[in-house]
Design a protein around this ligand. Structure first.
Ligand SMILES: [Zn+2]
Length: 383
């Protein structure tokens, strides 16, 4: 190892090693094996839990409760055209105090910080109470079907229960620790198929045009106020994402119209309440339709409790900030852990560049976030 490399912190070195692995979702590219080997060396029991073509890793130290689990993912989103990057996306480079590379912020940097924090924690406190664990998947950026959700199901089936879950998703907005996510909105994806009667556009009286029939309902759905939100969640929103009808001929009234939409909702409106309101509007307009709704995440919230207090006190001590509590952004794998009754909070680096060209993370932040994870484990598992 050359002299420059020895001056890099353990967290930074591991983050760079992970970025070098081209783990575009759902590929893990050996990231979890590197991590498992390190954690085994300091006394963790590790378990590879593959489902389908997804790699998952479960590692724990100690036993019983409370169980603190760090949750992360080793997969990344595709880099897009590599020529658009200032340096190759899978070759970690440090420029001006920033580490560049795909996954630097989302979330190989925080995965590396979790690993070094766990290593330090079990070395400093080998007899801690309960269990400190790490759950990694390679299917967070993809369909998220064979990843965290399956591992959580397997753990539940064998009676293992996560009490505190710290998700390493990049939660910070501008500076490290300015925001933590204490929950996420729910997301549901729906499709409406409106049935009409196909016919000649010159003889509309002999057809039933589903575009004309649906237009007023679409207008009403777009204008609907689903709720006004609450102290933790913004108002729920509906966005139509596709609309399609037509046979390809300009003189044919189509027989069918298809639309898809996505609703992001807080805890104020449940998925079934939203579904009932959509049906109410479609029925009111006399449509003949099929409605198919898939729930891709239920809303969750950890507004207070031991975990939030530990996060707040740790961040004040390590970073000198009291983070703003937020529920913004898309969904995260926290949605699969929260329904088991676990307290779930997302604490991670700045998210300004995630999923973008030239993704980066501040080098100093990697060690600071590792300190936060280490201190959190201490607060929760050392009495
Ligand atoms: Zn992520």
């Amino acid at each position: 190892m050359n002299k420059a490399a020895t001056q890099l912190s353990a967290t930074l070195q591991l983050a760079m090693e992970l970025i070098r692995r081209k783990s575009v979702s759902p590929v893990d590219a050996g990231c979890q094996a590197i991590i498992a080997k390190r954690l085994e060396a300091c006394g963790f029991k590790t378990e590879s839990m593959p489902f389908g073509d997804v790699d998952n890793l479960w590692a724990c130290h100690g036993d019983g409760r409370p169980m603190l689990a760090f949750l992360g993912h080793t997969d990344v989103v595709p880099p897009g055209p590599e020529a658009d990057w200032s340096s190759p996306p899978f070759e970690p480079v440090i420029r001006n105090g920033m580490l560049y590379g795909r996954g630097a912020a989302d979330m190989k940097g925080s995965v590396a910080a979790m690993v070094t924090a766990c290593e330090r924690f079990v070395t400093d406190y080998p007899d801690h109470r309960g269990c400190v664990a790490l759950l990694l998947t390679s299917d967070e950026e993809g369909p998220a079907v064979d990843g965290t959700v399956k591992v959580v199901d397997a753990l539940t089936a064998r009676g293992e229960h996560i009490d505190y879950c710290v998700v390493g998703e990049p939660s910070s907005l501008e500076t490290l620790g300015d925001v933590v996510r204490i929950g996420r909105r729910g997301s549901l994806v729906g499709e409406i198929v409106v049935h009409g009667v196909q016919g000649h556009s010159a003889y509309p009286e002999r057809a039933l045009n589903p575009i004309h029939a649906f237009a007023p309902a679409l207008n009403e759905l777009c204008a609907t106020e689903w709720d006004v939100g609450d102290e933790h969640f913004p108002p729920s929103i509906c966005q139509f994402t596709n609309i399609n009808a037509g046979t390809g001929a300009a003189n044919v009234i189509p027989g069918q119209l298809r639309v898809t939409f996505n609703i992001r909702h807080g805890a104020v409106s449940t998925a079934s309440a939203i579904q009932n309101r959509i049906r109410g509007i479609l029925d009111k307009h006399g449509l003949k339709y099929d409605l198919n709704i898939q729930i891709s995440g239920v809303p969750f919230i950890t507004a207070d409790g031991d975990l939030y207090e530990a996060v707040r006190d740790t961040m004040y001590q390590c970073l000198g900030v009291i983070p703003r509590r937020d529920t913004g952004g898309g969904t995260s794998d926290g949605r699969f852990v929260a329904p088991t009754g676990a307290q779930v909070i997302e604490v991670g680096p700045v998210n300004l560049s995630i999923h973008k060209v030239d993704e980066h993370v501040r080098v100093d932040d990697l060690d600071r976030i590792a300190d936060v994870y280490h201190d959190l484990a201490k607060r929760l598992l050392v009495s």
